[in-house]
Design a protein around this ligand. Structure first.
Ligand code: T4K
Length: 369
């Protein structure tokens, strides 16, 4: 195959479908600051995701940073090392100490059984990630948070559209954040959102993303500028119309991988979580070197050599980066399961327009050594 196959490729609507929206922006000259498309997208997304309140952001990272601020989180926060760096960076930007806790082996999410041992008098919140879009053990995490009086902020960056236990996944915890980055199942090129449960919190989030302005002459906090602009919001409105067809196409690819890879010794993949409507955002496989006869990195390089650019999400662990490595909780002996997953994972290409011939090529490469 001459064409490189990347881990993902953004879905975009036909340009003709987007042009009338651009025309409207050009005509009314409202480019940002809670314009009409921004308001419309917030309304449509709240309905679509089955959540009470949503506030749009320029990206998921700024949504995370702001989520911590709106809840006035300080001190120490319990989180997972098995994620994208933005999760922990959001704590750093708020001068909060991350406390890494290991993951459970089944889905790779924060292990509730290990949370309590990491709670100290300085702990104010738990920041779990629904990694690859698979739900954390939300009820157990909430029970712990309730006992210790902690807030729960979910990094749901991978979770657009996921339903769990009969409701939108972002209904769990005190706040959830979403990412609409180009590489996500729903993209506004760059973009993100905070989901919260009450109007007062939504109002304060809206202040914080606009420099802290609470009216023309009042500034309630040193807020930042993290608003979504009208072009992004307009694209979101068009993208939403294609969401279901895109997820259907992703499901066909995920099902094919499951069927074709199930017989390969030494390659495993995650089960479909119970009570969950998945968005098939990622397709991680885990390589057992002894059984497969090739290490994860050898396979990764071999795939690259054959123009297949999978990604090792999430290797290295966040706890391995120099700014976090010195923390007590970053020691590998504290993060055994996370290290196991990080050392074995490759995320295979999955996106709606991945053609069958390319999918077959990927499967073929995995089957032949
Ligand atoms: N929390 C979690 C758990 C996250 O995973 C993320 C982001 C965040 C928070 C923060 O949300 P944002 O602030 O990003 O909204 C990518 C993304 O940049 C990042 O958004 C994402 N997680 C992370 C898991 O993946 P890279 O460095 O791997 O992206 P990149 O540019 O190498 O893209 C991967 C492949 O996708 C490329 O090889 C080709 C393809 N691609 C990418 C882009 C950007 C395209 O075809 N077109 C494109 O425009 O981080």
């Amino acid at each position: 195959m001459n064409k490189p196959i990347y881990v993902t490729q953004p879905s975009l609507p036909d340009l003709e479908e987007f042009i009338p929206y651009l025309q409207q922006i050009w005509d009314n000259k409202i480019l940002t600051n809670n314009g009409p498309f921004h308001q419309q997208l917030e309304k449509e997304l709240a309905e679509f995701l089955g959540v009470p309140y949503i506030s749009l952001f320029a990206n998921g990272t700024l949504a995370l940073v702001t989520a911590l601020q709106v809840l006035r989180i300080t001190g120490e926060v319990i989180t997972t090392p098995y994620s994208f760096v933005a999760t922990t960076h959001s704590l750093w930007w708020n001068n909060i100490k991350p406390v890494f806790v290991d993951i459970e082996p089944e889905f790779g999410n924060l292990d509730p059984a290990k949370i309590e041992a990491a709670i100290t008098p300085k702990t104010t919140a738990i920041l779990p990630v629904h990694v690859y879009g698979n739900p954390c053990k939300v009820n157990r995490i909430q029970e712990i948070a309730d006992i210790y009086g902690l807030k729960v902020i979910y990094d749901a960056a991978h979770c657009f559209g996921v339903k769990h236990l009969g409701q939108g996944i972002c209904n769990f915890g005190d706040i959830s954040i979403l990412s609409f980055h180009a590489t996500k199942v729903f993209n506004t090129m760059e973009g993100g959102a905070i989901v919260c449960h009450d109007a007062a919190t939504k109002k304060r989030i809206d202040y914080l993303k606009n420099f802290g302005y609470a009216g023309e002459t009042t500034v309630m906090a040193p807020g930042i500028n993290s608003k979504m602009n009208e072009m992004q919001a307009a694209l979101g409105l068009v993208q939403l119309k294609h969401y279901h067809e895109n997820i259907e196409k992703r499901k066909i690819i995920a099902d094919t991988y499951r069927k074709e890879l199930s017989g390969i010794k030494g390659i495993s993949f995650l089960p479909i979580p119970e009570n969950t409507e998945s968005n098939h955002a990622y397709f991680p496989i885990f390589v057992n070197e002894k059984e497969y006869g090739m290490s994860r990195d050898q396979l990764y390089e071999k795939l690259k050599h054959n123009n297949i650019f999978g990604r090792r999400y999430f290797y290295p662990l966040i706890s391995e980066f120099s700014m976090y490595k010195g923390l007590d909780s970053a020691k590998p002996s504290n993060l055994i399961e996370a290290n196991i997953k990080a050392d074995k994972v490759i995320c295979l290409p999955i996106y709606p327009d991945l053609a069958l011939k390319y999918l077959n090529h990927i499967v073929e490469q995995l089957k032949t050594k």
